[in-house]
Write a protein that binds this ligand. Structure first.
Ligand code: SF4
Length: 241
């Protein structure tokens, strides 16, 4: 991983709680009114962060994140994704299927993975519950040719799975997502990620070897760097944005 230092050009910003609630509510209302009878999950191709080789499936930020009390006001997805009607519609659609017909959600993810070399869960949203994590593991096992990346703040669901099973399939790269002031537990020594704020503060989980995120998962995938190659306890650092 090439070295990087703080550029000072952070794009991090925080909304008022009311603004976050308003944006999220619009998407949740759309989800709740969605008839999923003829709907299918929508993958995002060519997202600015993931690049052209790493399609992703996302859920609704905040509403589908169980542990975002600390980060909701500064959520990139609330600021930069929910304001676009097409993106809002895709997130509401995916969330509706994930909540109302979980089996269909994973059957469709599984079918998509048959043709993919790389995939990412959650540019927004998070693991909904243990059944959802089991679905992620299942599709990873069914598609060993596909490298799958997921950032998550659902540390207890993840720790609970690892308490029982010991490890994830080798093609499922789970990164525990940290935040300033968090108190997360990483008892299985998974790779972690942390924003770095202008004052240099980071998540308290930061230990071990650090990789600076270069901002495009496709570029990392091409050379097997960054999260794709992160070892136990490694940290992915990125400028808060
Ligand atoms: S380190 Fe690379 S793979 Fe990980 S989030 Fe950053 S760009 Fe994506």
């Amino acid at each position: 991983m090439s070295k990087k230092t703080l550029t000072g050009k952070h794009q991090y910003a925080e909304f008022k709680n009311e603004t976050v609630a308003d944006r999220v509510k619009k998407c949740v209302d759309l989800r709740d009114s969605t008839d999923i009878t003829d709907k299918h999950i929508k993958l995002s191709y060519g997202n600015r962060k993931t690049g052209s080789l790493v399609p992703s499936v996302s859920l609704i930020p905040v509403a589908d994140c169980g542990h975002c009390a600390m980060c909701a006001r500064g959520c990139y997805a609330v600021r930069a994704i929910l304001c676009y009607p097409e993106s809002r519609e895709a997130l509401a659609n995916n969330s509706a299927i994930a909540h109302k017909d979980r089996k269909r959600f994973f059957v469709e993810v599984d079918a998509a993975l048959k043709f993919l070399r790389f995939f990412r869960f959650f540019v927004s949203g998070d693991i909904l519950d243990r059944d959802f994590l089991d679905g992620m593991v299942r599709v990873a096992e069914n598609n060993p040719h596909c490298q799958i990346l997921a950032f998550s703040k659902e540390h207890e669901i993840i720790n609970g799975y690892l308490d029982e099973h010991g490890c994830f399939p080798s093609n499922l790269h789970i990164i525990l997502s940290g935040w300033r002031g968090d108190t997360n537990v990483n008892r299985h020594n998974l790779p972690v990620s942390s924003p770095v704020w202008k004052d240099g503060s980071q998540s308290c989980m930061v230990t071990g070897k650090a990789h600076w995120c270069q901002g495009n998962c496709t570029e990392c995938a091409k050379i097997n760097e960054g999260c794709w190659a992160a070892g136990p306890g490694d940290t992915i650092l990125f400028e808060a944005h």
